[in-house]
Design a protein around this ligand. Structure first.
Ligand code: SF4
Length: 333
């Protein structure tokens, strides 16, 4: 049995908001809305592809505003999906939505139809940043919705963005701190990417907005990743998925198809520099890391080896079977 998630994109044509980074208005027409039949066929395909592992597989409705769509339409999609939950082909349903579109009535419907996890697009916990980016909700909405979701016994996922208009490293770190306080089960971190036909694209053109560079985003997101990890919170996504709307409409911002790997590499680089602090630069060193960590420690295209050299240290990075993730030893060569 294999892991076979079903992911269905639910565009929200009627969205009354106009978030600075969103191009859903321009892409909505180009995306087919799922209907109960298409939910059924997507589930059938997953089941027939060799059998989904019911312990690990989910049906996911993503798009960001699931509970804001027409209630009758939302229920029709859930009814279709629930049949496959009842047959025990999937462990549950995951949806993503806005923090201001959660209330007791909606949560009761979601519970009734087998939804197990709810992800909220928090994006920032700074009210000024939320307002500047036309999010249409406050940080308190994120706190209130998260509390309700947990009270009803759903799994809670939170999404945040870095490098939004009006934000900076301190505000993004504050957002991560506030999200940690809400004790989510999972987190997704998305550095802002400027897509064509968005408010951010216009602000970029007029010089009102400067997009975060890839390097800045990697340094910041490596720090955020450690913050969540140290708090026992799983970061299930770091950086936008490649393909789809990103590659079509990309104008600027921190986008890399292997963004998470770059961040993991940065964590190793910082740890290695810390271990080398104060050491004699005229000597040569061997840095040992766990076997599974070797490629992250060396970095993409030997990025970290080059950075160590630039910092004046000549080092060879080798694997040691007895070391765990993030453990390392430094020896003189
Ligand atoms: S990101 Fe903002 S504008 Fe786009 S669909 Fe979601 S709420 Fe609406």
């Amino acid at each position: 049995m294999k892991h076979a998630n079903v992911a269905l994109f639910v565009p929200h044509e009627g969205c009354p908001h106009c978030c600075s980074f969103c191009n859903q208005r321009t892409i909505s027409g180009a995306v087919d809305k799922p209907d109960p039949k298409s939910v059924e066929s997507a589930c059938e395909i997953a089941v027939k592809s060799g059998g989904a592992d019911p312990k690990n597989s989910e049906i996911a409705f993503f798009g960001g505003s699931f509970t804001a769509i027409d209630e009758e339409y939302m229920i029709s999609l859930l009814e279709s999906a629930k049949r496959y939950i009842d047959k025990k082909y999937f462990k549950g349903i995951r949806i993503s939505t806005r923090p201001d579109c959660i209330d007791r009535h909606k949560l009761e419907i979601l519970k009734r139809y087998g939804v197990t996890s709810i992800e909220l697009g928090a994006q920032s916990m700074d009210d000024g940043v939320l307002e500047l980016n036309n999010r249409g909700h406050s940080a308190q909405d994120v706190r209130d919705a998260s509390g309700l979701i947990k009270d009803y016994g759903f799994g809670l996922g939170l999404q945040m963005m870095t490098g939004l208009y009006g934000s900076d490293c301190d505000r993004d770190i504050f957002t991560a701190e506030e999200l940690i306080k809400l004790r989510p089960d999972t987190v997704r971190i998305y550095p802002t990417v400027v897509l064509e036909n968005t408010e951010l694209a216009r602000k970029l053109e007029t010089g009102e907005y400067t997009a975060q560079s890839l390097d800045e985003a990697v340094k910041l997101c490596a720090r955020l990743l450690l913050m969540f990890r140290d708090s026992g919170i799983k970061v299930i996504r770091l950086g936008l998925h490649s393909g789809g709307t990103v590659e079509d409409g990309y104008i600027a911002g921190a986008y890399h198809p292997a963004f998470r790997e770059l961040c993991e590499g940065e964590i190793y680089l910082q740890k290695m520099l810390e271990l080398l602090r104060g050491k004699d630069r005229s000597r040569q060193y061997i840095i040992e890391v766990g076997k599974k960590s070797l490629s992250k420690a060396i970095g993409q295209s030997k990025r970290n080896e080059k950075a160590l050299k630039k910092a004046g240290f000549y080092c060879k990075i080798k694997s040691n079977d007895f070391l765990d993730e993030y453990e390392m030893n430094v020896k003189e060569l």
